[in-house]
Design a protein around this ligand. Structure first.
Ligand code: C5P
Length: 404
């Protein structure tokens, strides 16, 4: 656990029976030479005492937003600035609701809102609460804020019911923290490019050819790469989306511009092409608006196939990933696309199903690797942010991005 050594971790304990496990977490992290400071919420205090925490962390426990003795320290700012990472364990359903809606009515929620650090959340709650639509929505919102969700696990709960909602085991939390610190220490050098969104191919000054791509999946993939420490550039066609502040965004309109910008950024370690680039462009742009009563026909040319050109270029990134939006014969088309384009992985989604894919917040994908020994994998229907995280996890594992 050498990457955790000497790290400063601010642990927030909210109200939940799993809080007793957090005492063990504090003990183990302290043994690994982490410095721990703790915030205990009002409900957290019902489960563990400040005294037991202090004796394990050897540091003061913070509880109040407005405390006379610490007023000059501005705890809600200084605690976050002091830490390398903020970990909420257990994160109760109520606390998740609070921070996903931007409340800052106690020290814990105010620190998170004022934080400039990575926030890890370890949810712990009853299975029905975990599965509740409002909770799912909160989790998705929190992910979009860039917070990392660890767990929960499936198992028997304190209430006697069984299901998903148990706080992740302490050793696994420690493991995830170590991986995170390892990634951010190493991956600074890893460079990723993502293309996203539709393109617009101008017909005349007011009209263009485009498609239904919202860009959501590509933006989530770029966000997830940033979360994993990649130096990420997102080349985006026109969308209304706002990406993570920590990535470089290049806005383009046409497929040709997207191609040019992509080539300028090569070489890189990982390129993921999610953009729905228009297959066609207008052969001759009409400088004036085409009149109703004039000849309305126009000729088309093929746009450059960025995925194929990059995969076959002498500056090919270490790993190239393409997407295949198919409305029929998903598997056959994805496999032949993999072959034709020469990329390392094709991520296929079925766009005949309106509940996933284009414009939707959800997706479901199948992975086809060049390496034929690997069976096709499926990432089942989920929010695009979750699909993105899973996909990046699979890519970095399969292609050994984080190995020494
Ligand atoms: O051939 P098709 O358009 O279905 O291939 C989809 C994949 O190819 C996606 O990864 C898409 O981003 C990429 N592509 C591209 N340039 C094009 C067309 C598609 O990079 N002109």
């Amino acid at each position: 656990m050498k990457f955790l050594e000497n790290k400063k971790i601010l642990i927030i304990i909210t109200g939940g029976i799993a809080a007793y496990k957090t005492l063990d977490l504090i003990r183990k992290l302290s043994k690994l030479n982490c410095e721990i400071k703790t915030i205990l919420t009002k409900s957290g205090k019902e489960f563990v005492t400040p005294l037991s925490i202090t004796s394990l962390s050897k540091n003061k426990v913070y509880t109040d937003l407005f405390s006379v003795e610490n007023e000059s320290e501005m705890d809600h700012i200084s605690l976050s600035r002091w830490s390398d990472l903020i970990l909420v364990a257990p994160a109760s359903s109520n606390f998740l609701t609070k921070i996903s809606n931007g409340f800052s009515d106690d020290l814990a929620s105010t620190v998170i809102k004022a934080s400039d650090k990575k926030v890890f959340l370890c949810p712990a709650m009853n299975v029905r609460m975990w599965e509740h639509a409002s909770n799912k929505q909160n989790i998705n919102t929190l992910k979009s804020y860039g917070y990392r969700i660890l767990g929960p696990e499936i198992g028997e709960m304190a209430c006697g019911e069984f299901g998903e909602g148990k706080m992740l085991e302490v050793d696994e939390i420690i493991n995830q923290l170590e991986i995170y610190f390892k990634q951010i220490s190493k991956n600074k050098k890893l460079k990723a490019i993502v293309t996203a969104g539709p393109t617009q191919e101008l017909i005349d000054p007011v009209r263009f050819i485009t498609n239904r791509s919202s860009g959501k999946q590509g933006y989530e993939i770029a966000n997830s790469l940033v979360e994993n420490g990649f130096d990420t550039t997102l080349i985006s066609g026109p969308t209304n989306l706002k990406p993570n502040d920590n990535l470089k965004l290049i806005k383009v309109k046409t497929g040709e511009e997207m191609h040019k910008k992509t080539m300028e950024l090569l070489p890189c370690d990982l390129a993921i092409f999610t953009a729905a680039v228009s297959d066609f462009k207008i052969k001759k742009f009409n400088k004036e608006k085409i009149k109703k009563n004039k000849d309305q026909s126009f000729d088309l040319d093929l746009n450059p196939d960025i995925l194929e050109l990059v995969s076959k270029s002498n500056k090919k990134p270490k790993i190239v990933v393409g997407f295949a939006a198919e409305s029929e014969n998903l598997f056959d088309n994805a496999r032949s696309k993999l072959e034709k384009k020469g990329c390392d992985l094709i991520v296929a989604n079925d766009v005949s199903n309106n509940e996933i894919g284009f414009e939707s917040d959800f997706n479901e994908v199948h992975l086809f690797y060049k390496d034929k020994n690997i069976d096709d994998e499926k990432i089942p229907k989920n929010f695009k942010s979750v699909i993105a995280d899973e996909l990046i996890k699979k890519i970095t594992n399969k292609f050994n991005f984080f190995n020494d």
